[in-house]
Design a protein around this ligand. Structure first.
Ligand SMILES: Nc1ncnc2c1ncn2[C@@H]1O[C@H](COP(=O)(O)OP(=O)(O)O)[C@@H](O)[C@H]1O
Ligand SMILES: [Mg+2]
Length: 226
């Protein structure tokens, strides 16, 4: 039976892919068969086999996943725009049925799957006569989320708003992971303390810049997956 976690963040470029890579690396180091799935990605490179999402490319180069890259995502748009806008410009609007089917295929092959979201928690995936938001995908796949946040100035606001939105959407939250943390910075230490205070959600790890490994004990790591 496969267990998964959905990685979201307080915004774009916060470190979802970077952290997904570290999670997968750690799972492999512990001897677990782990996979990666990204439902929708805007920002892709053109290859002979079609569009290859940059995140999938990064993960493929970072961890030795067996499955072919084209099975690791459902929709790839070339331009780095909000998916709903990329879909309008490039065609191929997302369908939840396909996402559920592709995710099922991946989860049949692995014990653990890291599912990466796109953008932050509020992300329109399709906005025509059919409306799909990122939270619809999380709900349809029946997943809990791990929220990646920065520790720098402004993160209290961004993280608390993200958590409040997810709570409002009734999305189960497993934890917050603080990325690009500088342990000797007193403001960042206080930011982490305040985020914990104001959200009531556990901080599962703090990851420093250029970290090569995830400092998290195996029990905590596996408890993120459901
Ligand atoms: N802890 C970190 N140390 C060094 N670089 C990082 C770290 N976290 C993220 N990055 C870099 O920041 C950029 C954005 O991170 P990424 O994981 O792609 O964000 P997201 O997936 O949330 O859009 C990438 O170039 C990534 O390598
Ligand atoms: Mg990413």
């Amino acid at each position: 039976m496969c267990k998964s976690v959905f990685i979201t963040a307080t915004g774009t470029d916060i470190g979802k892919t970077f952290i997904s890579g570290l999670l997968l690396k750690k799972l492999y180091a512990l001897g677990h068969k782990a996979g990666y799935y990204k439902a929708v990605l805007s920002g892709s490179v053109k290859t002979e086999k079609g569009l290859l999402p940059e995140d999938v490319n990064y993960i493929k180069n970072f961890v030795p996943l067996e499955c072919p890259p084209e099975t690791m995502f459902s929709y790839a748009y070339e331009q780095a725009l909000s998916p709903h806008l990329a879909a309008k410009l490039e065609g191929m609007p997302a369908r939840l049925e396909k996402i559920i089917q592709d995710y099922k295929k991946i989860s049949e092959q692995y014990t653990y799957v890291v599912v990466e979201g796109c953008g932050g928690a509020v992300c329109p995936i399709r906005y025509d006569q059919t409306k799909i938001f990122l939270t619809d995908i999380i709900r349809q796949l029946n997943l809990s989320v791990l929220v990646v946040a920065h520790t720098t100035l402004g993160t209290i606001n961004a993280t608390v708003l993200t958590i409040e939105y997810l709570k409002g959407q009734k999305i189960p939250i497993r934890g917050i992971l603080c990325n690009r943390y500088h342990p000797d910075n007193f403001m960042e230490q206080d930011n982490i303390h305040m985020i914990r205070e104001l959200t009531g959600i556990p901080i599962v790890a703090c990851v420093q810049a250029d970290a090569e490994d995830l400092q998290m004990n195996a029990e905590v790591l596996l408890s993120l997956f459901q």
